[in-house]
Design a protein around this ligand. Structure first.
Ligand code: C2E
Ligand code: MG
Ligand code: MG
Ligand code: MG
Length: 274
């Protein structure tokens, strides 16, 4: 009986797998037309200076409104775009759109854009960034690019050159989701960053786990020693904010300070910008 159940379970599992492969394939096809159909947008989420509450940076986060499925999470569609290579088109669009939005409104402060691994490995990337900055008129110092550790690990030597070339443009480079990759400390030794963004999984556990607290303190100490500001991702509660301030963390991002919003709801585009 157990055996029958097991094989039945395996069958069911196989059918589910096929369905999910089909769903993914279908989504990937739909994504191809999404940009031209106007289904993609950038939302922006603030990063704040904890001491003052000042919004210094806004991070651009892609949103896809699928005609049948509603909003599809970037955690779902960015990997699809990465697999098909479509991310190169989407990424360039995001960069240009974010730079144009920031150039149009100085109150946006700096704008942060996420770079995917495939994008990051394009030899022409620094030139493409320079062109977009020139076309939109955004000063390089107002652009920040976020990359993850896995992006850097694919080819460390090339990655070192790329980070150097991007920073030589005067653009800032932030390490995103720090602590989730394979080589956190090695990454810090091999690359120069302008910011370390500590992954939100640490903050989520900080109330309940001594390890998370210890790691937070250690990362803050490393940042201080290297002269690189540390930003805590995923701040949702007053307690977390107070704790971060007490520990000397300089910057934070999370729902407590603001969710990602479309530019017209940020209260940025007003009379002063017009
Ligand atoms: P990320 O760059 O680490 O962005 C932070 C994610 O955490 C965002 O999810 C944001 O909405 C979410 N978040 C912010 N504050 C909180 C909080 O307090 N609590 C919780 N639970 N979540 C919070 P989102 O927008 O769904 O994006 C997911 C990921 O998709 C991003 O992670 C990034 O890796 C990728 N992504 C988004 N837009 C782009 C893009 O334009 N290009 C590329 N290459 N990747 C993108
Ligand atoms: Mg990011
Ligand atoms: Mg992150
Ligand atoms: Mg992330």
């Amino acid at each position: 009986r157990a055996k029958a159940l097991r094989s039945g379970g395996a069958c069911f599992y196989q059918a589910e797998m096929d369905a999910s492969v089909r769903v993914r394939r279908r989504l990937a096809e739909d994504l191809r037309g999404a940009l031209a159909m106007g289904q993609l947008r950038l939302f922006y989420q603030p990063q704040v200076e904890l001491a003052t509450g000042r919004r210094t940076v806004h991070e651009a986060l892609m949103r896809w409104r699928h005609p049948m499925r509603g909003f599809v999470s970037p955690a779902e569609f960015i990997p699809l775009a990465e697999e098909s290579g479509l991310i190169l088109t989407l990424g360039e669009w995001a960069l240009r759109t974010a730079c144009a939005a920031a150039a149009a409104d100085p109150r946006m402060g700096r704008v942060a854009v996420n770079l995917s691994p495939l994008q990051f490995m394009q030899p022409g990337l620094p030139q493409a960034i320079a062109t977009i900055l020139a076309e939109t008129g955004l000063p390089p110092g107002r652009l920040e690019l976020e990359i993850t550790e896995s992006t850097l690990m694919q080819d460390q030597d090339r990655a070192t050159v790329m980070v150097g070339q991007i920073r030589a443009l005067g653009v800032q480079v932030a390490m995103d989701d720090f602590g989730t990759g394979y080589s956190s400390l090695g990454t810090l030794r091999a690359f120069s960053f302008d910011k370390i963004k500590l992954d939100r999984s640490f903050l989520r556990e900080i109330g309940s786990s001594r390890q998370a607290m210890t790691i937070l303190r250690a990362v803050l100490a490393i940042g201080q020693g290297l002269g690189v500001p540390v930003l805590a991702e995923g701040v949702e509660t007053e307690e977390q904010r107070a704790l971060l301030r007490a520990e000397g963390c300089a910057e934070a991002q999370g729902y407590l300070f603001g969710e990602p919003l479309p530019p017209e709801e940020l209260g940025l585009r007003g009379s002063a910008a017009a």
